[in-house]
Design a protein around this ligand. Structure first.
Ligand SMILES: [Mn+2]
Length: 312
């Protein structure tokens, strides 16, 4: 499989994600991977507009990994086969000049695919674009559960920068617009130094479940963690991964790296909690990969590894 994909990539010069069939017109499928090449919502270090290309390139030539625990559990090998039935829908044609226009394009494109019954995996792009996906999917499914893995709460008000929409505000918008059910919103990996009192008070008043890396590791909180992860999935749910949730030693290529982040295995445990949900997630995303800040494609490869686990 992987040799075929590599040869096809060499022959055509095209690198669809994991070698999936490339198909830019919405049609019924198990799911669709969509790039969103826009970083108009980034405050600090730009570059996430190039994330989709880097993740597609890093996904080339991945073979299947029949890991011992998967064999024991009778689960299929981790690899492109895990994405069986999925398509690469190309990129959502956002322009980098207007975030408002980009959000409309994201909403329209995700909405068109979701209407055919497809689940959607969005490759960012900056984290503000998640709002467009939530708008589309909440229209179809009603208020969503949300597992947000992130160093930052992304629930600032518009005061700091004089605008309601950037990559640090989208969750507040989603809560205020009723796109997510606050009882079923969980944030994991929070440790941002700019997490201000007003933002914390807003999230606590809304009833959002907040988890720092230290809390995630606390054995005394293990039962609570299990309950919170289960609560998110008691209805249609969305899984949003900001790559800055991981430690910058592992994923340096993000706009706002914060030390003290999650390990790969801690992040995978959060992703795999979704396997216990009654229904699979309706939408997911991997956001904020800024590949020009990467060395040796390290961050892109971690991103693709996470995508494989999301699809498995
Ligand atoms: Mn974020």
């Amino acid at each position: 499989m992987s040799a075929d994909v590599l040869l096809q990539g060499l022959r055509t010069g095209l690198t669809p994600f994991l070698g999936l069939p490339l198909c830019i017109d919405p049609r019924p499928a198990t799911g669709v991977v969509l790039g969103v090449p826009c970083d108009a919502g980034v405050i600090n270090r730009p570059g996430a507009r190039l994330g989709p290309w880097a993740m597609r390139a890093a996904s080339m030539g991945l073979g299947s990994h029949p890991m011992p625990e998967r064999l024991r559990e009778g689960r299929p090998a981790l690899g492109p086969a895990a994405a069986h039935g999925w398509l690469d829908g190309g990129n959502i044609p956002t322009l980098p000049f207007s975030l408002a226009a980009a959000l409309e394009t994201v909403q329209a494109t995700i909405g068109a695919w979701a209407m055919t019954g497809c689940r959607t995996l969005m490759l960012g792009g900056d984290h503000s674009l998640t709002l467009g996906a939530l708008r589309a999917l909440a229209l179809q499914h009603g208020p969503l559960g949300l597992l947000q893995v992130d160093a930052h709460p992304d629930a600032a008000n518009g005061a700091a920068w004089g605008t309601d929409i950037h990559h640090g505000t989208w969750l507040r918008q989603a809560l205020e617009e009723g796109l997510v059910d606050p009882e079923r919103v969980m944030q994991a990996g929070l440790r941002a130094p700019r997490f201000d009192d007003e933002e914390l008070a807003f999230l606590q008043a809304a009833g959002v479940r907040l988890w720092t890396p230290a809390d995630l590791r606390d054995p005394l909180l293990a039962l609570q963690l299990k309950e919170d992860l289960a609560a998110v999935g008691q209805g249609p749910a969305y899984l949003s991964l900001d790559l800055d949730a991981l430690d910058p030693m592992l994923v340096p290529a993000v706009a706002e790296p914060v030390p003290g982040g999650l390990s790969l295995n801690e992040t995978l445990r959060l992703i795999h909690a979704a396997r216990l949900w009654p229904e699979p997630w309706v939408g997911a995303d991997l956001m904020e990969l800024a590949p020009t800040l990467d060395g040796a494609e390290a961050s892109a490869r971690v991103a693709v590894h996470l995508a494989l686990h999301l699809l498995s």
